[in-house]
Design a protein around this ligand. Structure first.
Ligand SMILES: [Zn+2]
Length: 362
């Protein structure tokens, strides 16, 4: 899943994302809650209509971003008080509030509000944090079950909307989404720090609460890469293979291929888009830092093996010039290539799985 923090994959328009074959993207609840605000998105018919994107969307719960606001937040049983990184204004997120916000945004998949345990954490702290996440998961599910037909695109919501209010036809003439009894899928999140036994317990007890999909959270928080891998593999064993298994916030192209082959079904990462904006490009010949002077007169395609529209048309010399000149087009083209590279990696993995290969876990 490419990351579209503010309902936009930075630098790339939705028609190009469709052409690249993006089937689902991630948007960040915390950022959209602050700007443009949930009521605006709800009035516009939800994220899909607001950003003119008919394919799938997943929103995170806002938890991870809020926990990243070190010094600006205070955690209690009830939820998290925090200050906006934009203007310092005070806000409060609870499991119920995170559900209300995500229902208002109307993504297809929404995430339970969890506490991302910091690294390193001692055994007592990791357990207390895991227990809090489990209590919050139950509260999320209760609130969601009671309010899940409040999504802006549900039949109920569409029927309640007065004629003419927000019923503006889409520019492309497509019908807004209309499904009887349609609602969202709420996924649970496994925590437990870097302790395999706590992770197992978190998985079992999250499954007891019951969700249509499960995420592995609290990783890539500063721990060594081998530890991430060990925890992912041991946690996967305890998650049902017939439900989507979502690993949050990884990784390099090599890592996403390995995790997919190990049984992970979904991943999101800012790396392809963020690295692109810094001139770091993933290619079949390894990483290329396009800012380097050695590419100044290089006529070759960025990646001769790549079929993306950038590699089909432009030289390394031109891409290097755009980056060195701080042209907007540099960010656009670099992002298109990196997204294509990641998506092509996953298409290869899917073909590999369809070919009958199975992971050690299945
Ligand atoms: Zn390319």
């Amino acid at each position: 899943m490419p990351v579209g923090t503010l309902a936009s994959v930075k630098g790339v328009s939705q028609d190009v994302l469709e052409e690249l074959g993006v089937e689902i993207l991630l948007a960040n609840t915390y950022h959209l809650y602050l700007r443009p605000g949930i009521e605006t998105v709800r009035q516009m018919g939800g994220l899909h209509r607001f950003m003119a994107w008919d394919r799938a969307i997943l929103t995170d719960s806002g938890g991870f971003q809020v926990f990243s606001l070190t010094g600006l937040r205070k955690v209690s049983e009830e939820g998290v008080a925090f200050r906006s990184h934009l203007d310092g204004s005070p806000h409060f997120l609870s499991p119920e509030k995170a559900m209300e916000i995500q229902i208002g945004l109307g993504a297809d998949i929404i995430m339970a509000f969890d506490e991302c345990t910091e690294y390193p954490a001692d055994a007592e702290r990791a357990r207390a944090s895991m227990e809090l996440t489990l209590r919050w998961a139950a509260r999320c599910k209760n609130y969601f079950e009671a309010n899940k037909y409040e999504v802006p695109w549900s039949n109920d919501a569409l029927l309640r909307r007065p004629l003419g209010s927000g019923a503006r036809p889409r520019l492309d003439g497509a019908e807004p989404r209309r499904h009887t009894d349609a609602t969202q899928a709420l996924f649970g999140i496994v925590q437990g720090g870097m302790d395999a036994e706590l992770r197992r317990e978190s998985a079992v007890r999250t499954i007891d609460i019951g969700f249509p999909g499960y995420a592995i959270g609290g990783l890539s928080v500063g721990e060594p890469r081998e530890v991430t891998r060990e925890i992912v593999l041991s946690t996967l064993e305890h998650l049902p293979a017939d439900h989507p298994r979502y690993l949050m916030g990884v990784g390099t192209p090599e890592e996403i291929a390995q995790y997919a082959q190990s049984g992970v079904d979904m991943m999101d990462c800012v790396l392809p888009t963020r690295a692109a904006r810094h001139g770091l490009l993933f290619t079949s010949e390894g990483k290329v830092s396009i800012k380097q002077a050695r590419y100044a007169q290089d006529e070759n395609a960025l990646d001769p093996a790549c079929e993306c529209r950038v590699c089909q048309r432009y030289s390394r010399a031109y891409l290097r010039h755009l980056y060195a000149s701080n042209e907007l087009l540099a960010q656009v083209l670099n992002t298109v290539h990196n997204l294509h590279y990641y998506l092509a990696t996953m298409r290869t993995v899917r073909a590999w799985i369809r070919g009958g290969h199975t992971s050690a876990q299945r």
